[in-house]
Design a protein around this ligand. Structure first.
Ligand SMILES: [Zn+2]
Ligand SMILES: [Zn+2]
Length: 266
C-alpha cells in the first residue's frame, strides 16, 4: 500500500542511523512517497556542557540544514522534502527550538525520550518502570502538546518500553487517557511507530507499539499517524510493517491521518 508521506526520518548525525541523506530520499521515491519529512534527533545546547550520545550536536546543525535544502531543490519535481526535528519537550530549552524555526526548521515531532533535560533526569523509559513515573511522563507529554510547537507525538507508548504487556496498570490506563484527551482537544495525531513494530516482528520488541496501549487508546476517537522512524533508508521500503500497522489500526477502528496540516493542500 502506498503511503503519501512519512514525517519521521533520521540521518547519521544522530550517531545511531545509517545511510546518506540522499539514500533516504531515493528510498522514499522508490517506496512511492510523495512527501518525506526529515526529523533527526534535535541538537540542544546543554548549559551544563553535557554531550549527548543519541542526538545531533549543535555544530552539525548547519550541515543538516544545508544538505536537506540542497536535496529539496534537487528533487523538487519528484519528492516534497520537509526539514524538521524529533524533539523532546525540555521547558528550559523551548526558546532554542523556537529560534531554529527562523533558520528553516518547518516542524517538530515530540519524542519524549527524557523526562526533562537529558542532562540530569532519567530516560522516560526508565522513569516509566514505576506507576508514578508513567503519570509524570503523561503530564509532560500533555504540557508539550499544549505548547503548540509539536505536529505529532512519536511513540506515545514509550511508557511501555520496559514493561511487559500484562503490566499495563491502571496508571498506564490513566496516562493513556490523559494523552488521548489532549490529542483530541488539540487535534494532534499520536504515532504508531514502525521502528518498534519491525523489532517486535523480528522477535526483539522494545515495548512499543504496545497492543495494550493501543487497545485502550481505541476508546478515544483520536487521530493516529503511522511513522516509519527510519534510521536506515531500507525501512522506508518495508511494506510488511506498513501493512501490519494498517490492519492493526483499522481493526481497532482508528481513523488514520496521512498528512500534516502543512501538506493538506497537496
Ligand atoms: Zn533514534
Ligand atoms: Zn525517531
Amino acid at each position: 500500500m502506498l503511503f503519501p508521506a512519512n514525517y519521521h526520518t533520521h540521518t547519521t548525525r544522530c550517531h545511531h542511523a545509517v545511510g546518506d541523506d540522499r539514500d533516504y530520499v531515493e528510498a522514499a521515491i522508490r517506496a512511492g512517497y510523495r512527501i518525506l519529512g526529515f526529523s533527526d534527533h534535535v541538537p540542544f545546547p546543554f548549559a551544563s556542557g553535557y554531550v549527548s550520545g543519541m542526538r545531533m550536536h549543535v555544530d552539525e546543525l548547519p550541515g543538516y540544514l544545508a544538505s536537506l535544502k540542497g536535496l529539496r531543490e534537487e528533487y523538487a519535481d519528484r519528492l516534497k522534502i520537509h526539514i524538521g526535528f524529533e524533539a523532546e519537550y525540555f521547558p528550559r530549552y523551548l526558546d532554542h527550538l523556537r529560534r531554529m524555526q527562523d533558520m528553516g526548521v518547518e516542524y517538530y515531532i515530540l519524542g519524549q525520550h527524557w523526562m526533562d533535560s537529558e542532562e540530569d533526569h532519567p530516560s522516560s523509559a526508565d522513569a516509566c518502570r514505576e506507576d508514578d513515573g508513567v503519570l509524570r511522563y503523561a503530564e509532560g507529554v500533555v504540557r508539550a502538546m499544549e505548547t503548540g510547537l509539536y505536529s505529532y507525538v512519536c511513540h506515545p507508548d514509550i511508557l511501555m518500553r520496559f514493561r511487559r504487556e500484562e503490566d499495563f496498570t491502571p496508571a498506564c490506563e490513566e496516562a493513556t487517557d490523559m494523552i488521548c484527551e489532549a490529542a483530541i482537544r488539540l487535534n494532534i495525531p499520536l504515532e504508531y511507530n514502525l521502528l518498534g513494530l519491525r523489532d517486535r516482528l523480528d522477535g526483539h520488541g522494545r515495548g512499543y507499539p504496545s497492543p495494550a496501549f493501543w487497545a485502550h487508546a481505541s476508546r478515544h476517537p483520536i487521530p493516529v499517524i503511522i511513522g516509519v522512524d527510519a534510521h536506515d533508508p531500507a525501512r522506508l521500503l518495508d511494506e510488511d510493517t506498513k501493512a501490519f500497522a494498517e490492519k492493526d489500526l483499522s481493526g481497532l477502528g482508528f481513523r488514520i491521518t496521512r498528512l500534516l496540516p502543512m501538506d493538506e493542500e497537496t
